[in-house]
Structure formats: C-alpha cells, structure tokens
Write a protein that binds this ligand. Structure first.
Ligand code: AP5
Length: 212
C-alpha cells in the first residue's frame, strides 16, 4: 500500500485536492469526514467527538488512532491512499508509522502551504452539502442557486459548524502548534513533500501530481 498523508492548515485545500486525485485511482480517507458522519448519525463515536470538533480542538490521540488503524487494516493491499487530516500530532505520526510497517505500506507526507489571509477567506466562504459532503465556495465555486447539490442532487448546502469565525481562529492555532513537529518528523524520515497551495484549484492539483 502507498499512503500519502495530506497535511495543511484548515482551509488549505486538502479535501478539495484529495477528491480530485480520486479520479487518478487514489482512495480518499478523511478523519474529519468520518467524524462528521458519526456526528450526523448520532453514533457512539459521534457523541465522543462532537464537543471537540465544535470547539475547534483536536479529538484525543487514542481515539483517532484507533479509528484510523482499524480503517487502514480493512483496505486492500494495493490501495493508493490519501489520508486527509491524519496524522495531526507526533503521537499520531508515530502510530501511523507503526501501522504502516505492520501492513507493509510506504508513507509520504505532502504539506499544502497557504498563507493565513487566504485560509480565512476560503473557510468563511466554504459551503458543504449536508448529504454528501461536496464542498463549494461562495466566490470560487459557487453552490447551485437551486440549493440542490450538483454532486448528489440533494442538499441542503450549508456552512460547516466549525467554520464560524471564533472556531476557525482556534483551529488555526491548533494547527500551528503541531505543524513544526510533524514537518520535522517526516523530514527526518526523508518522506517530506511541500507544495504551494495558492492559485486555481487545477493549478495546485497539477503541482501535486508532479510530486506524487
Ligand atoms: P477536518 O475536516 O480535517 O478539518 P481541517 O483540517 O480543519 O480542514 P478543512 O476540512 O477545514 O480544510 P481543507 O484543507 O480540507 O480545505 P477544503 O478543501 O475544504 O477536521 C475537522 C475536525 O475534526 C478537527 O478540527 C478536529 O476536531 C477533528 N479531527 C480530524 N482529524 C483529526 C485528527 N487526526 N486528530 C484529532 N482531531 C481530528 O477547502 C476549503 C475551502 O477553500 C473550500 O470552500 C474550497 O472550495 C476552497 N478552496 C480549496 N482550494 C482552493 C483554491 N486553490 N483556491 C480557492 N479556493 C479553494
């Protein structure tokens, strides 16, 4: 298995780029999407993670590691995987390295770099389909005026609960606090890739494809 970890601040475009790369045969696994689905299904996992997400805080490492390790072990051995939003801390990075070794997978980390002003503009304008998770942006990729999602035909198209200004600020702080340790971890293993995430979505995608 080949694992590419997508690292980037909230709004850097991890989910947007991962969805595009699925067209090239990658499988996309997002811890944020998994947790949001659990919250909307009101499952036991959802009840455990909801408070952390609403506060813009990280879900505890043990819980995230358990969820991801179990998901990885169920994937076919020839999967090319984009892991979006995991790892986010050093303990998570070490845990992923252990699981990868156990299942014979390689891990590269792709950091998507975007300056703070652009991140805030992207997050404040983001809208998502509540039914399928399709992402829009009021300025760069406006949702259909009918209110129906162009991907699944359903909706509604809403603002994410954690995209409120106060929560966004907290999420950005949390990312900054972990970023350097994660970068150092992958740099020391010779598996760090960096990409400039500014510009049109397709231009960023082309840069990423050149690196992968
Ligand atoms: P998660 O869902 O992973 O959120 P995040 O990391 O904050 O990232 P986002 O989804 O906000 O941004 P993105 O980089 O995917 O950007 P997107 O492509 O949507 O996690 C949510 C929460 O879950 C966390 O806060 C935490 O509580 C918990 N959690 C998840 N994983 C965890 C873990 N490992 N450990 C602990 N807790 C965890 O793009 C953003 C917007 O910009 C969109 O509107 C898009 O259309 C637009 N856009 C994208 N690219 C461009 C471009 N090039 N130009 C213009 N606009 C663009």
């Amino acid at each position: 298995m080949k694992i590419v970890v997508l690292v980037g601040a909230p709004g850097a475009g991890k989910g947007t780029q991962a969805k595009l790369l699925t067209e090239d045969g990658y499988t996309h696994v997002s811890t944020g999407d998994m947790f949001r689905a659990a919250v909307s299904e009101s499952s036991e996992l959802g009840a455990k993670v909801r408070g952390f997400m609403d506060a813009g805080a990280l879900v505890p490492d043990e819980l995230v590691i358990e969820v991801v390790a179990s998901a990885l072990k169920q994937l076919p051995k020839d999967t090319r995987l984009l892991l979006d939003g995991f790892p986010r801390t050093s303990p998570q990075a070490h845990a992923l390295a252990e699981v990868a070794e156990a299942i014979g997978a390689t891990v590269d980390a792709l950091f998507i770099e975007v300056p703070i002003d652009a991140l805030i503009e992207r997050l404040s304008g983001r809208r998502v389909c509540e039914a399928c998770g399709q992402t829009y942006h009021v300025r760069y990729n406006a949702p259909p005026a009918t209110g129906e999602c162009s991907a699944c035909g359903k909706g509604p198209i809403v603002q994410r609960r954690d995209d409120q200004e106060e929560t966004v600020r907290k999420r950005l702080e949390v990312y900054e606090a972990q970023r350097n340790a994660l970068q150092a971890f992958y740099e020391s293993r010779g598996s760090l890739l960096m990409v400039n995430g500014v510009g049109e979505v397709d231009a960023v995608a082309a840069r990423i494809k050149q690196l992968l």
